[in-house]
Design a protein around this ligand. Structure first.
Ligand code: MGP
Ligand code: SAH
Length: 229
């Protein structure tokens, strides 16, 4: 690792430790759930602020990965690796993309904790720009929802997704493969999710799964496919 990168990573870890110690109430709510996020949390998992509030809880990531067993998966917004790690356990190969170099460092570290780092191709880059060069069986989309503030709206709309609206994002994913999994807020407008299936002709099949951890609904996963994924 280059010296400059190592020092940046150290700074991230230091500030994240500070936040874990309770200086940031925003993060401490997630720190209390740390073993739901990563069962191996105590074995060296590293996070940054966005990672804390965005990572897919392990139990949910395991379920999503199970649907992709044996396939080539592109994890287009890989964050600190919550999904990537579980894909690496059961998929034939995984490409993990994140635009933030610090996230990629953290995801690599976390994948090492789980002993799967050598089964992942980590890429620092913008998924939107990389899309034309990507090949895979399943496109997994867990984009930024605009931070924890997503909870403040009654009905979460596709145009609130980042870095671009959900319809455009879905069309880009479709150009790679017709098997698309989207991880979305629990208050998402389901009618808009259903519209996405119609962006393909013939329309894709859609299954919507509600994701719970310890009886609390955390999010939904939408599985789109031209056949069973
Ligand atoms: P949450 O509602 O912010 O937290 O996120 P919490 O404390 O689990 O909610 P509570 O009502 O149970 O107390 C719930 C889950 O949504 C998180 O664990 C993440 O997996 C996911 N999530 C949240 N955000 C803000 C994002 C995001 O921006 N992008 C992605 N991909 N996932 C997110
Ligand atoms: N599923 C992940 C969490 C993803 S959070 C996990 O379980 O850990 C969303 C991620 O999208 C953030 O890490 C953010 O850096 C990344 N991101 C934002 N815009 C992006 C883009 N254009 N291309 C690739 N990654 C992007």
């Amino acid at each position: 690792m280059k010296a400059k990168r190592r020092s940046r990573l150290k700074k991230v870890i230091k500030s994240s430790i500070k936040k874990r110690n309770g200086t940031s109430p925003k993060i401490s709510r997630y720190w209390f759930q740390r073993y739901d996020l990563f069962s191996k949390y105590d074995q060296g998992i590293e996070m940054d602020e966005e990672g804390w509030y965005s990572v897919t809880p392990e139990e949910i990531a395991i379920k999503q990965a199970d649907r992709c067993r044996g396939k080539v998966v592109i994890d287009c917004f890989s964050g600190v690796g919550g999904n990537t790690i579980q894909f690496a356990q059961v998929c034939s190969s995984v490409v993990a993309i994140d635009i933030d170099p610090v996230k990629v460092e953290l995801a690599m570290n976390n994948a090492m904790v789980y002993g799967v780092a050598n089964r992942v191709d980590f890429v620092i880059g913008d998924f939107i720009h990389l899309a034309p060069s990507l090949k895979g069986d399943v496109v997994f989309l867990s984009p930024p929802w605009g931070g924890p503030m997503y909870r403040g709206v009654e009905s979460y709309k596709m145009d609130m997704l980042q870095p671009i609206d959900g319809y455009t994002l879905f069309k880009i994913a479709l150009s790679i493969a017709p098997n698309i999994i989207m991880f979305l807020p629990r208050n998402v407008d389901v009618a808009q999710v259903e519209e996405l299936a119609w962006l393909s002709s013939p329309p894709l099949t859609l299954e919507i799964e509600e994701n719970f951890v310890a009886s609390r609904m955390k999010a939904i996963t939408a599985y789109f496919s031209c056949n069973a994924v």
